[in-house]
Design a protein around this ligand. Structure first.
Ligand code: NAP
Length: 270
């Protein structure tokens, strides 16, 4: 299989999928290809011609790749973004597995089913949109979207149908589940996307960021009695959904998680 992006060297897909292929003894391999936007159509032709079974899609191709595909799943269609392509005898099917991956992460990290919960998603970009749609599909009671741009917040909230609404900062207080789907707190950035004093004991705070492994939001939320986790489980979960589509087998989740952590330099091998 392949991962296409520009740049692509930072992608953890090869580390995750190669760990899975090795664990399952499949003899498959995942290779990263740096594909310039102008070369995307040729790359899709190459995938068909070479019979590459599965492709992970990363930036900047997640939206532009749609027009070159033969079929889209309901998730890819609703989100207007594809992160996973399955090559079915030359027919390229685009899917978006981020939402399913997020729900797997909630289950793994918090043993949490969002059905009936009040949820608040911070951010309205590609990741937030996938999370909002997934939470509504999992029968969350309400899905609020808190975002800098109100227009994008409204568009993301609409993905949740009647459960969706555009949130205000104070809504953080009432949420059972708070999700950070902005890049605030990523890398060397030590900022938080909300006023931490609004967080209350017993809330669940899911961070989509995985670098650093513990963001400032996670630290302050834990201090206030919230359960917290980073975005590693979503990353592994979206890859697990893709693995199942390509191979027809259940994904070896723990080996994939170990592959991701190894790729991030976070796995203590001793
Ligand atoms: P994106 O499409 O660029 O969206 C970013 C969102 O954050 C937008 O809603 C934007 O608001 C908001 N934002 C950006 N800078 C901000 C600032 N300075 N102040 C307030 N709001 C700001 O990004 P994305 O692809 O959705 O990714 C979002 C985060 O999720 C990233 O940290 C990414 O690494 C993470 N992620 C994790 C996984 C995983 O598997 N764990 C998967 C995908 C993404 P506006 O709409 O107002 O511009």
């Amino acid at each position: 299989m392949a991962v296409i992006g520009d740049p692509v060297a930072h992608s953890l897909s090869p580390a995750i999928h190669n760990a899975a292929f090795a664990a399952m003894g499949l003899g498959w391999v995942c290779v990263g290809f740096q594909v310039h936007p102008a070369g995307l159509a040729d790359a899709l032709g190459g995938i068909r011609g070479l019979g590459i079974r599965g492709v992970s899609v990363t930036m900047p191709h997640k939206s532009t790749v749609l027009e070159g595909l033969d079929e889209l799943t309901p998730a890819a269609q609703a989100l207007g973004a594809v992160n996973c392509i399955t090559n079915d005898d030359g027919r390229l099917i685009g899917d978006n597995t981020d939402g399913g991956g997020f729900l797997m992460g909630l289950q793994h990290d918090f043993d949490l089913d969002p059905a009936g919960l009040d949820c608040l998603v911070i951010g309205a970009g590609g990741a937030a949109r996938a999370v909002v749609r997934a939470l509504a599909g999992a029968r969350a009671a309400r899905v609020g979207v808190l975002n800098r741009s109100q227009e994008r917040a409204a568009a993301a909230a609409a993905l949740a149908g009647p459960q969706g609404f555009v949130a205000v900062a104070d809504d953080v207080r009432w949420a059972d589940l708070v999700v950070n789907a902005t890049p605030l707190g990523m890398g060397g950035d030590d900022t938080v996307p909300i006023d931490p004093s609004l967080l209350v004991d017993g809330q669940t705070v899911a961070e989509l960021i995985y670098h650093p492994a513990r963001t400032r939001l996670m630290r302050v939320a834990a201090e206030r009695g919230c359960a917290t986790a980073n975005g590693v489980s979503m990353l592994v979960g979206q890859a697990a959904h893709a693995f199942r589509q390509w191979t027809g087998s259940d994904a070896p989740i723990e080996q994939m998680r170990a592959g991701a952590l190894r790729g991030m330099g976070l796995l203590d091998e001793n």
